[in-house]
Design a protein around this ligand. Structure first.
Ligand SMILES: *[C@@H]1O[C@H](CO)[C@@H](O)[C@H](O)[C@H]1NC(C)=O
Ligand SMILES: *[C@@H]1O[C@H](CO)[C@@H](O)[C@H](O)[C@H]1NC(C)=O
Length: 328
């Protein structure tokens, strides 16, 4: 249903030291070492779960490995973030389990087998060690089907604690000719949106309380063909020069707005923001969008939300907004 997204479509994440009584809800966030902030800078009081990204997987030994550059930070991650919030849970994200995407029906069957075997192994480990079972989660595409192939929803339901639904990157450099909100909550024209993705996961049989809604703490930018035609779905020439895939962190977007005195528009119909200046156009989520999405997630009975990624926040404004909207 969605266009190809460049983000990780399937990541297994394993929590360390989880207490089974845990997660009444998930206020999650991803952190990675090159993101621009140290783990010690994370305001972990705003989160219930923090994902440390990414470890690797040795494709010969199948062992989880951590690059030597990251080893020290990863091994300290839990202690570091728990020093400000002792109850925050930490998860290790295994990037090389990245299925982008399972390509065949058989891949999907194998994925289900993997999840079921992994869960059985985690249960057995917990029983043998007397320690709480680790959490198993995965980040998945916005909807339960990818290129016509259905995720193994029964295995997901029975073997994973929850899935992180990546409700963003619907549009980007791979849709170069037109500006668009890359993470709209609603789309009246019936194309992909966060809410339609959630609805289809639920229709596919995964219960709402296994779904965690993805919030992008970044926008996608385009180069306008005509600076005077700067709305949604305006003609564009791909991402602005030098911006790679056009992704910009929320903190960078606020700088762009301030430096250029750029007009900002919130569209409450689709729940998305954009701003523009000259030929640069950026679709993103500001506080109102974040807040509305979190309220949607809560009202829908979802387990919670997660942010990709915490270093892009600006003075924790979006993280605070999300937490507040959930607790309202
Ligand atoms: C393992 O990964 C390396 C590097 O990505 C690749 O060159 C190699 O073909 C892979 N081997 C197997 C058995 O998949
Ligand atoms: C909001 O977005 C929708 C969908 O693109 C569009 O039809 C509508 O005109 C927009 N509203 C405003 C006020 O711009």
């Amino acid at each position: 249903m969605a266009s190809k997204t460049p983000v990780y479509a399937f990541l297994i994440c394993v929590v360390q030291f989880l207490h089974l009584s845990a997660a009444q809800n998930v206020k999650g966030g991803y952190w990675f070492p090159d993101s621009g902030i140290a783990a010690s800078d994370i305001d972990s009081t705003l989160f219930t779960h923090l994902f440390c990204a990414f470890s690797d997987l040795d494709n010969v030994t199948y062992q989880v490995t951590i690059s030597s550059a990251n080893a020290a930070q990863f091994s300290q991650f839990t202690n570091t973030v728990q020093s400000k919030n002792p109850s925050v849970k930490t998860l290790l994200s295994i990037g090389d389990l990245d299925y982008e995407y399972p390509l065949t029906a058989n891949d999907m069957v194998n994925l289900g087998t993997l999840l079921d075997e992994w869960r059985a192994a985690a249960d057995a480990e917990a029983q043998a060690s007397g320690k709480p079972r680790i959490l198993l989660t995965a980040a998945v595409s916005v909807g339960p089907t990818v290129d016509g192939l259905r995720y193994p929803t029964q295995s997901i339901s029975r073997s994973l604690d929850w899935i992180n639904v990546m409700a963003y990157d619907f549009y980007g450099p791979w849709t170069p000719s037109m500006t668009n909100a890359h993470a709209a909550l609603y789309d009246p024209s019936g194309r992909v949106s966060g809410s339609s993705g959630i609805e289809s996961w639920i229709q596919a049989g995964v219960s709402a309380n296994k779904l965690v809604f993805g919030l992008p703490f970044y926008g996608r930018s385009w180069q306008l063909v005509n600076p005077d035609n700067h709305g949604l779905m305006a003609p564009a020439n791909g991402p602005p020069e030098g911006s790679g895939e056009g992704a910009r962190g929320y903190n960078q977007i606020l700088e762009f707005i301030a430096n250029n005195n750029a007009p900002t528009i919130y569209n409450s119909t689709i729940v998305a923001d954009y701003c523009y200046s000259g030929t640069t156009w950026i679709g993103y989520d500001d506080k109102q969008s974040i807040s509305t999405k979190v309220s949607y997630a809560k009202q829908k009975g979802l387990l919670g939300y997660f942010a990709w990624q915490v270093a892009s926040d600006a003075n924790w404004a979006l993280s605070q907004q999300a937490k507040q909207a959930w607790e309202e």
